[in-house]
Design a protein around this ligand. Structure first.
Ligand SMILES: [Zn+2]
Length: 941
């Protein structure tokens, strides 16, 4: 699944308990689904009864018993909605009913059964022995964060592996809340040109991490794997998809026509990987041995927007089969593009779900970056079919085993689709992980199992540490033990634990067999410890030491990491290695230098920063200015990133970092530029509300002019360079040049935009985002309204995203305020886009105070409405507070935290702590460096 941070509203919704006793003595049968169909569905869907709410404390342990082991489920679901409302259908309804039978094994005598249920009205519960004898029982639903369905038996269950059957009937509602089983609305162009667009409905699911319990009562923990036989009864005109190839037939219930789709029994799998979609989507099939389709709304399939996904899926799959040494285990591999989906990709086994922009690509309006996004998302989703689906972490504390592998492997998978993104892992994963992991409020890759219990604790693990640091640490491990040995160990790991669950030591054991190096000693420091080290090399003495790198100076932990220092020296460019196991300082004769320089962490294979004495920094800077090609490409970027962050952490003179941006006038490569721009961007955020900004923007204009001119021929001719990283850098050139007022750029953007307004959009798709933004920033209300109309008109998600971003670039306060209001109106801005839209507005200096004011004033609404799902409230907080560097802003954040504590709702608690810590660090840093920054930039003019 793609990254997110969110929170639970379970606690806020109401803490209570309700007890329902089954009618004693009444003989109820475990009804087969066929009988259910005949007897159950009423013409008018049932109204769920309101549960009686009695306050109750949250149990101290939210985990299920380990001695009740589910083996197989038989689940029937019947949603009542229609895909389209036509004259014939007047009773549109968003209810569903269902029943489930789970066969489970009991390993210890017991009188109680605990399983999960959430937001369902359970109408009947029955427990039977394997010989069909009914056990008298009563049941209780815990309306708190435990989500427990507790069944009390009059007699008892026998241990020793005795089998039982638990039957439940339930009813639920399809909300538009993006989790559990929920509804999407979208419009479809009418076949008749003159007719208005038609409204359509579909139902889909997102069950990761803990929302299978919203669909049917179940043992909803990843290690409680079972097989599932799913049956969906639905309206005609809708196709039901799930984790296998469905079999359809029509039936009549109470005089109405229904369709039954039955799916084959799944392999042993975790509940969170189930998927259900019901839509009138069409599909493009992929010619391959496996049954493969790409599903999307009709227009998209007809226009060929699924063609690219169809073209690359099979090659990536084949590549993984070869790399992992295991065939894709299922008969079916479907992928579906959903209008409303809160994560980029969800890896449901055999039915992977995407946001439309993650799966669909339009040749006409799509940029190369849109195309790459599709490849990257597919590669992530497919990697999960092994990492996560076939082999699953035992509990969420080891979520990184799923996500780090899928993230890391996606860089290998996309090669099969002709994308070479390997070097970009440094920008996309490593540098982002460095940011969050430099805070005291970060967390170790692998957490203690007991520390991760509630929904909010689980959901907060979907962050840059789990995904990006995880991928970085795997990359480091692969480099440490060699890639060949690493991949051999990975194959063993997958093969040994297929259809099973693991903890991270299982992985290390498999890898250890492939090498004589001490992996346990090496890896435990990176997996179990929070943070990462900065290595300091003093070239006068050769003294080398390590210390935890913290953005805000303070007390870290002093347990050393095992660090493999790779390095080159100016007089010997051959790669050397050195293992550092202690904090130090230890004397390393090879680091004691006279005239030469040393450069450590070659290609940034290690997850650490490097600091040097000032003399070595200066020599490296000289080298970059004389001939930057001597320094490996990735290191040209990493030197800049390290220097700026060391300066932020008060470990290095900021002038040294700033000096490192000077050689860029002679470098046109993307990685160094992107690293510099990211860090200068942070400086801009710190100072764009102060008088320092004038000098900064002049310097940026001066530095970017060369790069802008380097790509100008392409830009003028509406073409793009061949090389992908050059394409990325062309966009950097345009967006920095226009933002910092380079007249040529602004004029170019303006004239292209005017042609677009007049009816011909010949802006190359790669440049649209930057050019639309510049035009809106320098344009008026009429331009804004034009883009807003275009946004509403276009049905291609990737183009919509570019327009949605551009709308945030205006300097008009009233337009920004109105746009903010739109973000909470799902008919204008889809729910899944709320966070990123507000964050775009906050990035605009004119929008910053508005966005923060808006989020603060609507916080309780936002958390109620959006908090229960995976929607990234952590990322919202992160985005709207990036610029925070003033005391009053810190106070406002602390007030929010106090309010939260008072309400005991714990929304995005760790994220809030992280932004407070970052703001404190910024305040201190800005105070100390403002004059310095001003002097340096003024000195450049
Ligand atoms: Zn994932």
């Amino acid at each position: 699944m793609a990254k997110a941070t969110g929170i639970s509203k379970a606690v806020a919704v109401g803490i209570g308990v309700i007890t329902v006793s089954s009618v004693c003595g009444l003989v109820l049968m475990v009804v087969m689904f066929q009988l259910e169909i005949e007897g159950n569905p009423p013409l008018v869907p049932p109204t769920p009864t309101k549960p009686q709410v009695i306050p109750t404390d949250l149990p101290t342990n939210l985990r299920l018993f380990d001695y009740l082991i589910p083996e197989s489920y038989n689940v029937v679901l019947q949603p009542y909605f229609y895909g389209a409302i036509t004259n014939n259908y007047t009773n549109q309804s968003f209810f569903f009913t269902g029943n489930s039978t789970v066969k489970f094994k009991c390993m210890k005598d017991s009188k109680t059964i605990f399983l999960h249920v959430h937001n369902l009205n359970v109408t009947n519960v029955e427990v039977k022995s394997d010989s069909n004898e009914i056990l008298k029982s009563s049941y209780t639903i815990h309306y708190n964060a435990s989500n427990f369905l507790e069944i009390q038996l009059e007699g008892k269950l026998s241990g020793n592996g005795t089998y039982y059957h638990l039957f439940t009937n339930f009813e639920g509602e399809l909300f538009e809340n993006l989790n559990g089983l929920y509804v999407n609305r979208y419009t479809e162009k009418s076949k008749d040109e003159d007719e208005e667009d038609e409204e359509r409905f579909l139902a889909t699911s997102l069950l990761k991490p803990t929302d299978a319990r919203r669909v049917f009562p179940c043992f909803d923990e990843p290690a409680l794997k079972a097989t599932f036989k799913i049956t969906i009864i639905h309206r005609p005109g809708i196709k039901a998809l799930s984790n296998g190839v469905g079999d359809e037939y029509s039936i009549e219930i109470h005089g109405e026509e229904w369709v039954v789709t039955q799916f084959p029994t799944t392999p042993n799998m975790s509940t969170y990987l189930l998927a259900f979609t019901l839509s009138d989507f069409t599909s493009k099939s992929i010619p391959a041995g496996t049954y493969m389709h790409i599903y999307a709304h009709r227009e998209a399939i007809a226009a060929g927007h699924a063609d690219y996904a169809a073209e690359i899926t099979h090659p990536i799959l084949i590549r993984y089969e070869k790399e992992f040494g295991l065939k894709y285990p299922l008969q079916q591999l479907d992928q579906i593009a959903l209008p409303d989906f809160s994560v980029g990709v969800m890896e449901n086994w055999g039915l992977i779900s995407y946001q439309e922009s993650g799966l669909l690509y339009d040749k006409e309006t799509g940029s190369t970056f849109d195309k790459e996004r599709v490849a990257t998302q597919i590669a992530h989703g497919l990697a999960h079919q092994w990492f996560g689906n076939l082999v699953t972490m035992r509990w969420w504390n080891d979520l990184w085993l799923n996500e780090a592998f899928s993230t890391y492997m996606s860089y290998i998978g996309v090669e099969a689709a002709n994308w070479d993104l390997k070097d970009l892992i440094v920008l996309r994963e490593i540098q982002s992980a460095f940011q969050v992991d430099s805070l005291n409020s970060s967390h170790p890759l692998s957490m203690y199992e007991n520390d991760i219990q509630t929904f909010s604790e689980i959901i907060e693990l979907f962050d840059d540490v789990t995904y990006s640091k995880g991928a970085a640490v795997l990359r480091m491990l692969s480099s440490f033990m060699t890639e060949t040995a690493f991949m051999r160990g990975v194959k063993t790991y997958l093969n040994n634990f297929k259809y099973n669950n693991t903890v991270y030591s299982d992985l290390l054991e498999c890898l250890q067999k492939e090498t004589n190096l001490d992996l346990e000693g090496f890896m435990s420091t990176w997996i179990e410890q929070v943070g990462y080290p900065v290595i300091t090399i003093i070239t006068q003495t050769g003294e080398t030491s390590q210390e935890q790198f913290l953005l805000k100076p303070g007390v870290g932990h002093n347990i050393p990491w095992q660090v493999q220092i790779t390095y080159i020296k100016s007089d010997d460019l051959g790669l050397k290695k050195d293992l550092l196991k202690v904090n130090g300082p230890v004397r390393r004769p090879h680091f004691q230098l006279k005239d030469e320089w040393v450069l450590a962490n070659i290609n940034c294979t290690g997850f650490y920063r490097v600091n040097y004495d000032e003399e070595n920094w200066n020599k490296l800077q000289m080298q970059l200015e004389e001939n930057h090609d001597i320094i490996p490409l990735i290191n040209r970027g990493q030197l800049i990133d390290d220097a700026f962050n060391l300066a932020r952490a008060h470990r290095l003179d900021l002038n040294i970092a700033l000096n490192l941006t000077q050689f860029l006038v002679n470098d046109t490569e993307y990685i160094p530029w992107e690293s510099a721009l990211k860090n200068l961007d942070h400086l801009i955020l710190m100072f764009d509300r102060s008088e320092v900004y004038g000098a900064m923007t002049k310097y940026l204009r001066k530095q970017i002019t060369g790069l802008y001119e380097h790509f100008e021929e392409y830009t003028k001719n509406a073409t793009i360079p061949v090389d992908y990283t050059d394409q990325l850098n062309q966009v950097n050139a345009i967006s920095v040049a226009c933002t910092n007022g380079l007249p040529d750029c602004i004029e170019m953007a303006r004239s292209l935009f005017i042609k677009y307004k007049n009816g011909t959009n010949r802006i190359h798709p790669n440049l649209r985002r930057a050019i639309y933004c510049s035009a809106i920033a320098t344009g008026d209300e009429d331009d804004w309204e034009f883009v807003w109309e275009e946004y509403q008109r276009t049905t291609v998600a990737a183009e919509k995203d570019k327009l949605r971003y551009a709308l945030s670039c205006t300097k008009e306060i009233w337009l920004l305020n109105r746009y903010l209001e739109y973000t909470l109106d799902p008919s204008k801005i889809r729910k899944m886009d709320m966070v990123s839209t507000i964050n775009y507005i906050a990035k605009n200096v004119a929008g910053q105070p508005l966005a923060w004011g808006f989020v603060r004033s609507k916080w309780s609404y936002i958390t109620q409405e959006y908090g229960a799902g995976i929607i990234s409230l952590g990322s919202l907080l992160d985005g709207v507070t990036k610029r925070f560097s003033r005391d009053v802003e810190l106070e406002e954040l602390k007030q929010l935290q106090r309010d939260q504590d008072k309400n005991e709702n714990g929304f995005a608690a760790r994220a809030l702590q992280q932004v407070i810590e970052r703001t404190e660090a910024n305040i201190k840093w800005v105070n100390e460096n403002k004059q310095n920054v001003k002097n340096w930039f003024n000195g450049q003019l």
